[in-house]
Ligand binder design. Structure first.
Ligand SMILES: *Cc1c(COP(=O)(O)O)cnc(C)c1O
Length: 301
């Protein structure tokens, strides 16, 4: 595959030195996938891998996918396609606004063609007739929302490729569709993979993750108490925590996914969720560009 202008730097593992962990004889580190690229979230890049490969193998024109106005997934799709010399199409939830969000303007700048779908049409998951005609299925590779598919999960398993898993007993990540969680579960052996659901009422997520995995894989758990009101919802407590976490660790987080995951990690440590001697790897899945939807001054980073 051709790599043009997307330069990925290596993700690194940053140990967290906090008294909280030392007191309980725990070790904790963060895998900084946010350091891969300023706008392309780390986990999104991994989830898209196999779709890009498929497009190349099948000589497609490019990728077509779905997302909202602040979607990390659409922006990552646009940038990855631009880097590989593919075209990209974004089907955006909701009516076309007078002014595009910074996320969508960036996606457009990467060459993505945007089409706006009414919320009803979007929810139905059906491509409108006009879109189907314009982007025929034999020429375009359709990526489900959030990359939720076996291809997405196998791609995401690459996140742990160069990580010495024997060093860890627990791996935590934020879970939206759960595709990334499935990928981590695929890569992990006996390590416990814990997904922090960022959605309210996500009763079906466990079976959705399981559907991406071989039947015998059950090394994962999903926790439902850290969504802060639901997808992209936030509270003052969350924002305060994110600022404090940044002061303590110099790690920026986003309010939709990773802020909730770091908060959960700290709460779980305090509640004694992890056994004595546990070694925890927190996956920073990126997504920082989404903080642009917050009023200026909300975050200190
Ligand atoms: C999309 C996203 C997730 C969720 O990934 P899923 O595979 O859908 O569970 C987590 N973190 C960030 C930063 C994301 O952008």
């Amino acid at each position: 595959m051709r790599m043009q202008n997307l330069t990925l730097s290596a993700a690194h593992v940053q140990p967290i030195q906090k008294k909280l962990y030392q007191h309980r004889n725990l070790r904790c580190a963060v895998l900084r996938l946010d350091a891969l690229h300023p706008v392309v979230s780390g986990n999104k890049w991994f989830k898209l891998n196999r779709f890009l490969q498929k497009s190349a193998d099948e000589n497609k024109q490019g990728l077509i996918s779905f997302g909202g106005a602040w979607s990390n997934h659409l922006l990552a799709t646009a940038a990855a396609c631009a880097a590989m010399g593919f075209a990209s199409v974004g089907l955006v939830r909701g009516e076309q606004p007078r002014q595009l969000s910074p996320t969508l303007s960036d996606a457009q700048r990467y060459g993505m063609q945007l089409h706006f779908l009414s919320r009803e049409a979007y929810r139905a998951g059906e491509l409108p007739h006009t879109v189907k005609q314009r982007y025929p299925a034999d020429q375009w590779c359709l990526v489900p929302e959030g990359g939720y598919a076996k291809e997405g999960a196998y791609g995401a398993s690459g996140i742990l490729q160069n990580i010495p898993l024997a060093d860890y007993s627990h791996i935590l990540c934020a879970a939206g569709t759960g595709t990334t969680l499935a990928g981590l579960s695929l890569a992990a052996g006996s390590e416990q993979v814990v997904g922090i659901s960022v959605l309210k009422n996500a009763e079906t997520i466990r079976s959705e993750v399981q559907a991406l995995l071989p039947r015998e894989k059950n090394n994962f758990a999903i926790l439902h108490d850290f969504h802060f009101g639901g997808y992209a919802k936030k509270t003052d407590e969350l924002i305060h925590f994110m600022n404090q976490w940044y002061q303590d660790t110099a790690i920026p987080s986003d309010f939709v996914y990773t802020g909730k995951m770091f908060f959960a990690a700290e709460r779980l440590v305090n509640e004694g969720y992890f056994p004595e001697g546990a070694s925890i790897l927190l996956i920073h899945t990126g997504g920082l560009q989404g903080n642009r939807s917050l009023p200026k001054g909300t975050l200190i980073f």
